[in-house]
Design a protein around this ligand. Structure first.
Ligand code: HEC
Ligand code: HEC
Length: 314
């Protein structure tokens, strides 16, 4: 009798233990998933901060592209743990880590008829091996930021608390002038002339949108190392005169119309602007995010001095 009860108790305890263990086994993957999701969100937020500081000026606050191609493309929004996602992860990671050479196929960035994105301008590598500021964790963060499958990460960019875009700085030195770097291999007279033009912010306006050295704003791209972008004098002079306005010649046949390329930054309702942009109802642009065309405003001497100076910044 007593041995039988012992058996009952033992069996009962075994069942309880089995159920408990089974329960943990079943729960464990869920718990890991929750941790994985939290981890990924932390990476996305870290990536957003880096993007707002380093990438926003060339790829746009909504990833819609400006100097570099759009990064809010549907084909990049893939779960990185899937087989297809791994390949996209590697592609983005490597592009950011090592940089990209640009392409002489076209004078601007454009979507070619075969669907390939090409860009005249090169992108320098951001990884440590390429002399950039980003370590492996930072590269992973910014890659997972770009790839977020839901596509809602772009609303973080410019959020004052989460991922602010650095503000403008016009602090002068002891002599009362905006300190600007010297261009290399450039006639000292051109250097001085270009700096004088840049400091004249109501005339040239460049520093209202661009950072040169530690001064200026981050509305357009940071031009501090512009000499490394792989572009030439003719390109820069043309760009200062016409910005990225498509030229009416054969070589520009597949440049998207300006309105489609850079639709509306910081739109009134901060709508997420993606490939499915509704051009019937264009959102009102709040920010001065288009590069202005200075053709009518500057003399050729001014354009040439600015272009020569910028290309000497290395
Ligand atoms: C100075 C402008 C500039 C900045 C700043 C910049 N990029 Fe780029 N990026 C480019 C250009 C230009 C290209 C295209 C180059 C080419 O066609 O070879 C590019 C290409 C890329 C690509 C490849 C996209 C594709 O479809 O293959 C990725 C990814 C990318 N950039 C991410 C970033 C990230 C992340 C940052 C910030 C850490 C960043 N970029 C900062 C200009 C820039
Ligand atoms: C209202 C803001 C604004 C002003 C003012 C402005 N820019 Fe820009 N700039 C931009 C933006 C935005 C881009 C991004 C490229 C684009 O428009 O496609 C850009 C791009 C550039 C580029 C890079 C072109 C490339 O793709 O390699 C150069 C060079 C440049 N600007 C020079 C100048 C100079 C010089 C001035 C002053 C004469 C100036 N910018 C004034 C906003 C501005």
């Amino acid at each position: 009798m007593r041995t039988e009860r012992k058996y009952y108790v033992l069996t009962f305890m075994t069942i309880v233990l089995t159920v408990f263990l089974l329960g943990t086994c079943v729960r464990e993957p869920f718990r890991m998933r929750a941790e994985e999701v939290r981890g990924r969100e932390a990476y996305v937020l870290k990536g957003a901060r880096i993007y707002a500081e380093q990438c926003v000026q060339c790829h746009g606050p909504r990833g819609e592209g400006s100097v570099g191609m759009p990064l809010n493309r549907a084909e990049l929004k893939v779960d990185y743990t899937t087989a297809g996602g791994k390949a996209i992860y590697d592609k983005i990671y490597m592009a950011v880590d090592q940089g990209r050479p640009g392409s002489v196929d076209h004078p601007l960035w454009a979507k070619a008829p075969d669907g390939k994105w090409i860009s005249y301008t090169a992108m320098a590598g951001w990884g440590r091996a390429a002399g950039g500021p980003l370590d492996e964790e930072a590269l992973k963060a910014v890659t997972l930021f770009v790839m977020k499958p839901q596509g809602d990460q772009w609303s973080l960019i410019g959020d004052i608390d989460l991922a602010p875009i650095p503000g403008a700085d016009y602090t002068v030195d002891e002599s009362g002038k905006l300190p600007l770097p010297d261009a290399q291999g450039v006639d000292p007279a051109i250097n001085e002339r270009a700096k004088e033009l840049l400091r004249h912010r109501t005339h040239t306006q460049c520093l209202n949108c661009h950072l040169v050295g530690a001064r200026g704003a981050k509305v357009g791209p940071d031009l501090t190392l512009f000499g490394r972008w792989g572009v030439d004098q003719a390109f820069v002079e043309r760009f200062i005169k016409y910005a990225n306005q498509p030229l009416p010649n054969e070589a520009d046949r597949y440049v998207l119309p300006h309105a489609e390329r850079m639709p509306a930054y910081w739109s009134a309702n901060r709508a997420v602007i993606g490939p499915a942009l509704n051009l019937e109802k264009p959102v009102v642009s709040e920010g001065p995010y288009y590069m202005l065309r200075f053709r009518e405003k500057f003399t050729q001497e001014e354009v040439s001095a600015l272009a020569t100076y910028l290309l000497g910044l290395k």
